[in-house]
Design a protein around this ligand. Structure first.
Ligand code: F0G
Length: 463
């Protein structure tokens, strides 16, 4: 190839207008939403980077696949297509569809965890943590030293800390029902996990006779990073790499809303016959019969096609490059981000960017509000609002205060990213004027979704 520009590997067949608002309209919208971006109306958002989950654009092949959906209650053709697509990648014996990732988590933990047990993970995602804690078990994050430091460059900052894992397995014999690894490590900055790390975790789990589960939401992005960065994988396809990743695990939970390229769906996949049969019974209780698991036949079709498309090299190259490109622009401008950029998102380090806002005033939350106010862009806080609330009701500041800009798959183009960079550079110039927030109303769990706040000092941004 003599040309270096990486283009979007698709053309656009259907468009959806987005709406500009002015600053006064956004001031009003955010006030009404209790200074919580989750409570905004989406039509008041110009560029929505709240999440990459379920927000992607489906391909013509997925839409046409949906027309083939078999809506039979039991034994639908669509289920077998879905099952074979999942099995081709994961190799697992039992494939259990669920309506999204957290349903797979609830069903797995509901059958595999007992109160007081401990589940180690490189970093639990918020729903994963909440589902572990709901079983009165402990969700333990075991990150590596480099993974905890936003500015340290390392190819696999998502790795699980193997020394700590070994130590905790030794000290808690009989009390660890499973080990989990999240690929990519979402809450840790969308950072990848190396094949070597997964392989070594697998060996440790074998030694202690504990099953290893992957939280596989972004398995294809992780596979791409392995291809790019890990010795011995440059000539392997993303599919081959993904297959090897799964070969070290005994099961996986998956939200098909990410690397399943679908708007809804997920699955639990595992090898253990007895556990699978208990999980299927629970599935029937709350989700549906095991050949649809709360999904329509057409959803199963969309996921089956999505799983084929997500391992396409042109797609993954463009996907990862988009995020990297924004990361480069921000880094050049001196905006502190988690480096190197992760797979699905840029994470701004609000603690470094806004040192004048104490953690008790939620600096990352404040920055995400300022970003909306100035540019109409919606992001998400991954900091003390999301993680500061302890199961016993007390408050503990999070290790990092991050603002995540997550990219929906195949939705925004280069000029959206350029606009975003411009807004962020402007925000960086006026950063001393951004002020903190305080909680007004807070629910008992997963508070970030519904909490209401207010500016702690009168205004979000000093005029
Ligand atoms: N695990 C990880 C690593 C996730 O990122 C998510 C969802 C889930 C599990 C739960 O999946 O939403 O289908 O129930 N993450 C979204 C996000 C919501 O914005 O990062 P779900």
């Amino acid at each position: 190839m003599i040309f270096k520009t990486i283009i979007e590997p698709f053309r656009i067949k259907t468009v959806e207008p987005i709406r500009h608002t002015n600053r006064a309209e956004r001031e009003e919208a955010i006030r009404k939403a209790g200074y919580n971006l989750f409570l905004l109306k989406a039509e008041d958002v110009l560029i929505d980077l709240l999440t990459d989950s379920g927000t992607g654009a489906m391909s013509a092949k997925q839409w046409s696949g949906m027309m083939q959906g078999d809506e039979s209650y039991a034994g639908a053709r669509s289920f077998y297509r879905f099952e074979s697509a999942v099995r081709n990648i994961t190799g697992f014996k039992h494939i259990i569809p669920t309506h999204q990732g957290r349903a797979a988590e609830r069903i797995l933990f509901g059958n595999a965890l007992k109160p007081g047990q401990i589940v180690p993970n490189n970093t639990h995602f918020d729903t994963t943590r909440a589902n572990v804690e709901y079983r009165q078990a402990q969700a333990l994050d075991l990150r590596t030293a480099e993974g905890k430091q936003p500015h340290v460059i390392h190819p696999f900052k998502g790795n699980i800390n193997l020394d700590e894992l070994e130590q905790m397995l030794e000290q808690n014999l009989g009390n660890v029902p499973m080990v989990m690894i999240t690929v990519t490590n979402n809450s840790g900055g969308g950072q990848p996990v190396s094949m070597e790390n997964i392989r070594s975790a697998h060996a440790l789990c074998r030694q202690y006779d504990i099953p290893l589960f992957l939280d596989a939401c972004r398995f294809a992005e992780n596979a791409w990073f392995i291809k790019m960065r890990e010795k011995g994988y440059a000539d392997k396809t993303p599919l081959e790499i993904a297959q090897e990743m799964f070969s070290y695990a005994d099961g996986a939970t998956m939200s098909a809303k990410k690397d399943g390229m679908a708007n809804i769906g997920g699955f639990l996949a595992l090898n253990d016959d007895d556990l699978a049969s208990r999980c299927k019974n629970m599935l029937i209780l709350s989700e549906g019969f095991p050949t649809y698991g709360g999904l329509a036949g057409y959803d199963l079709e969309a996921i089956a096609v999505g799983l084929e498309e997500v391992v396409n090299e042109d797609y993954l190259r463009y996907r990862i490059r988009t995020v990297e490109y924004l990361g480069e622009r921000l880094t050049q401008a001196g905006i502190p981000i988690v480096r190197p950029p992760g797979g699905h998102a840029i994470y701004i380090d609000a603690l470094s960017m806004l040192p004048h806002i104490p953690q008790s005033e939620y600096p990352a939350w404040a920055l995400s509000l300022a970003l909306y106010l100035v540019g109409g862009v919606r992001s998400v806080e991954i900091g003390s609002m999301m993680f500061g609330q302890q199961p016993d009701g007390t408050e503990k500041p999070a290790e990092m205060e991050l603002v995540r800009l997550a990219f929906p798959r195949r939705v925004y183009t280069q000029s959206h990213i350029d606009y975003l960079a411009e807004v962020l550079l402007h925000l960086n110039e006026i950063k001393e004027t951004i002020r903190g927030v305080r909680l007004v109303e807070s629910p008992p769990v997963l508070r970030h979704f519904t909490a209401r706040l207010e500016p702690a000092h009168g205004q979000l941004i000093d005029s």
